[in-house]
Design a protein around this ligand. Structure first.
Ligand code: C5P
Length: 223
């Protein structure tokens, strides 16, 4: 039998990554953070001095970075041209530029193809995979038997993200999230939206363990 696919979309700070990793760990599934892939390509563009605000220049370079993902949920990895960039992709510079790079259709085409290959591979060799991002339920894996849209209040998301990046400037974090959400949901290519058949989960008042438990139950019901 082929492994199951769990597709999770939602805005930044909604708890997608922690939830996806927790669920995958509990059920022995693989895990794919597609945001890390857009960040890795963005890091490569900055590193090679491509002007990220020049969509034509980004498109022209889109096929050059070689992105490789490790899908163990307890120790996920991301490499570009063989170099581990796990730390670099969380930098302020990458975060500020990733929405511009991810809006370029050539970049998306390439990464979606790669994501589908990772999913196909995981389904052959493992019980399945949890995939999270902005267009997983709409574009990457619209046929997934479990589709979720995670949300949380702007305040809760800013609090969580501030803790992750170890800043005390929650107002600045909230402003950055709002800016990225607007760009990600208003772009022409695969904007962030909730599909009609996705289950919406509002996580503001829930602990991570509670959210993971809810999703694990859905996975067990679908498996
Ligand atoms: O999830 P994370 O905040 O790391 O994603 C970084 C950025 O990558 C998002 O703001 C969005 O611009 C882009 N992204 C995307 N499609 C995905 C995942 C992420 O466009 N499936």
């Amino acid at each position: 039998a082929e492994g199951i696919v769990i597709a999770i979309d939602g805005p930044s700070g909604s708890g997608k990554s922690s939830t996806a990793r927790g669920v995958a760990t509990e059920r022995g599934l693989r895990y794919l953070d597609t945001g890390a892939m857009y960040r890795a390509v963005t890091w490569w563009m900055l590193h090679h001095e491509v002007d990220v605000d020049d969509a034509a220049a980004v498109a022209a370079a889109a096929s050059r970075p070689v992105v490789t993902m490790g899908t163990d949920p307890t120790a996920p990895t991301v490499r570009v041209d063989g170099v581990d960039v796990a730390r670099e992709i969380r930098s302020r510079e990458v975060t500020a530029s990733v929405s511009a790079v991810s809006a370029v259709p050539r970049v998306r085409e390439r990464l979606v193809a790669l994501q589908r290959a990772v999913i196909a591979e995981a389904r052959r060799g493992a019980p399945g995979i949890v995939v999270e991002g902005r267009d997983i339920t709409t574009v990457v894996a619209p046929d997934a038997p479990v589709k979720l849209y995670l949300t949380a209040s702007a305040e809760a998301r800013a609090q969580r993200r501030s803790r992750e990046v170890r800043t005390t400037d929650i107002a600045a974090t909230q402003a950055d999230l709002a800016r990225r959400d607007l760009l990600d949901s208003s772009r022409a290519a695969s904007p962030l939206t909730r599909t009609e058949d996705s289950l919406e989960l509002e996580t503001s008042g829930l602990t991570l363990d509670e959210v993971v438990a809810i999703v694990v139950k859905l996975v067990d019901e679908a498996a």
